[in-house]
Ligand binder design. Structure first.
Ligand SMILES: [Zn+2]
Length: 329
């Protein structure tokens, strides 16, 4: 199903991840043969060096632990530097280190929504930042809230507030007194018109609200050195015209393969493969990357591919943890 061409995987990382998945499911006991072989963080290959602008999938899975994949997280590399981190699901901490990325290189962190498999990896990453030689502010973007979800600034306060924060010992991020500042910008998840939330030099980030059931959620378009990468996040196919318009002609479009074709009872939360194909056909990306690959969907990947191919005939790939896609040589 993978499409090759000018996009290239780092095969070593992909094969490692496949081996990890197979071993995890075939040999659940903790004997020596079942121990996954993972690279150490130091000296790990940096896929960012593969090309000028590279999309790396840190976590290619969803919220279920025994799917054998880290939860959602993506890196946009530019000239060997990890510039933007999109989503910080569980497992980001480990995959970020394995990727060779450095916290001091990041220009922004953008969270699509506050489900744990998209935002729950933030505290451990911030703890790691305690040891990073960074002093510059790190802008953090995320959605507004509703009665069931905090707005992103409240989410960060609930984690870091010096009085009531769960991780108050990391409260230095709020005022920059002892740690680098973490300025939070709340993105209106109800917005139906894309807005530019960051515009600095060769980097721009646009955002627009997307439909993910009753959960406030946003989609992002990251533009680095003229290369445009659209991140759908979790979204159903409802009211997705603003996102499709924002993503039109992107060099890569990342969509989430969370449900198999025919799982219509979940379609209020996630796009079905058929709807992924229709969305991609409308947006016309240079490459369609499937992330958030849940086992229930992967078990029927042939049906997913057929459903997507009913509408979309461009390059298509299913990501694994640490997969890399070179978008500009
Ligand atoms: Zn979600």
């Amino acid at each position: 199903m993978d499409s090759h061409g000018r996009w290239r995987h780092v095969h070593q990382a992909v094969l490692m991840t496949l081996a990890f998945g197979v071993l995890t499911h075939a040999l659940p006991s903790c004997d020596e043969a079942s121990m996954p072989q993972v690279p150490s963080g130091s000296g790990a290959p940096r896929c960012g060096l593969e090309g000028r602008v590279v999309l790396q999938v840190l976590g290619s899975g969803g919220p279920i632990a025994d799917d054998g994949r880290a939860s959602s997280s993506y890196l946009v590399w530019h000239e060997g530097r990890a510039r933007v981190l999109v989503d910080v699901g569980g497992g980001t901490f480990l995959r970020f280190g394995e990727s060779g990325a450095r916290l001091e290189d990041l220009d922004a962190v953008a969270i699509s929504h506050l489900h744990a498999d998209h935002a729950g990896g933030l505290p451990p990453l911030l703890k790691s930042g305690y040891f990073a030689p960074r002093r510059d502010p790190l802008p953090l973007f995320g959605p507004s809230g509703n009665e069931r979800f905090p707005a992103t600034d409240d989410f960060v306060k609930q984690l870091l507030d010096p009085e009531v924060g769960a991780f108050k010992y990391l409260s230095g991020y709020l005022d920059g007194s002892s740690l680098f500042p973490l300025p939070v910008t709340v993105v209106d998840a109800e917005a139906t018109t894309p807005s530019r939330i960051l515009d600095e030099g060769d980097l721009a980030i646009d955002a627009v609200g997307v439909h993910h059931g009753t959960i406030p959620a946003v989609g992002y378009l990251v533009t680095v050195a003229g290369v445009r990468i659209a991140f759908a996040g979790d979204q159903s196919a409802d009211d997705n015209a603003p996102f499709v318009a924002m993503a039109e002609g992107a060099d890569a479009l990342v969509m989430h393969h969370a449900i198999p074709e025919g799982a219509d009872q979940l379609a209020h939360l996630h796009a079905t493969p058929e709807q992924i194909g229709e969305t991609a056909a409308q947006a016309g990306p240079g490459l369609l990357v499937l992330g958030h690959n849940m086992r229930r969907a992967l078990d029927r990947r042939d049906a997913s591919e057929a459903a997507i191919r009913a509408s979309f005939d461009g390059p298509l790939t299913i990501a694994d943890d640490l997969s890399c896609y070179v978008l500009a040589p």
